[in-house]
Design a protein around this ligand. Structure first.
Ligand SMILES: C[S@@+](CC[C@H](N)C(=O)[O-])C[C@H]1O[C@@H](n2cnc3c(N)ncnc32)[C@H](O)[C@@H]1O
Length: 205
């Protein structure tokens, strides 16, 4: 059972933090490239929904946090594309193999308890010719910043819903059998420990 902070405060903080203009800009740049049947892992409050384009036929959004997905349900009403929001964990998707043309994962690998399992599941449900769109924050290339990220992470995880500062989406995806086709990284405005973004498009290796 979530405590009062996790139930009432954290969802508002996550929605506000993830809705900041630099993140909205990255959503616009990447989510608009989704096609066909889409799986969004960790749909959260549904901030990506407004960015899907006309090439998307159907969106399945999964997330175990009902406190956040309540808002995703509301946002889903505002777009023409059909959306299903399911209370599943990315670590164990009750979904068939090779079902999706696109998997979208934005600022979610940082928070999944077992990201290796989640990457395996993304690979399993993605069609062989499909694409995985990722936008994540993570361990900085700058040693001074990454040292601070390591120091702060234990406390950060407690106040930020299990979010890790030192994970690297590119490493997790490569280790999990994806080939990264396009990748960029760099800071967005904000505290450097949480502002180093790694984003791109991957496919099954
Ligand atoms: C920082 S929020 C980002 C939400 C959303 N992806 C976005 O771009 O706004 C992290 C999300 O990861 C979700 N999450 C945590 N553990 C998860 C899991 N095991 N499976 C799927 N999503 C998970 C949280 O519930 C939360 O919605």
């Amino acid at each position: 059972m979530p405590n009062l902070y996790d139930r009432y405060v954290l969802p508002k903080l996550i929605d506000a933090a993830c809705g900041q203009p630099p993140m909205t800009q990255l959503r616009g740049r990447y989510v608009s490239q989704a096609k066909g049947r889409v799986l969004e892992v960790g749909i959260g409050s549904g901030l990506n929904l407004a960015h899907y384009g006309a090439d998307v036929q159907h969106i399945t959004g999964i997330d175990p946090a009902a406190e956040l997905t309540a808002k995703a349900h509301q946002r889903a009403q505002k777009i023409a594309t059909p959306v299903d929001v399911l209370g599943l964990s990315g670590e164990s998707l009750d979904l068939d193999d090779n079902m999706f043309d696109t998997v979208v994962c934005t600022w979610t690998l940082c928070s999944i308890a077992n990201p290796y399992r989640a990457v395996q599941e993304m690979r399993r449900v993605l069609k062989p010719a499909g694409q995985l769109i990722f936008v994540e924050h993570g361990r900085s290339d700058d040693l001074t910043v990454s040292r601070w990220q390591r120091r702060i992470e234990p406390l950060w995880k407690v106040i930020a819903g299990g979010c890790h500062l030192t994970r690297r989406a590119d490493e997790l995806l490569s280790d999990g059998g994806f080939k990264i086709r396009q990748q960029a990284s760099g800071y967005v405005p904000g505290p450097k420990v949480a502002a180093f973004m790694i984003h791109g498009i991957a496919q099954i290796a």
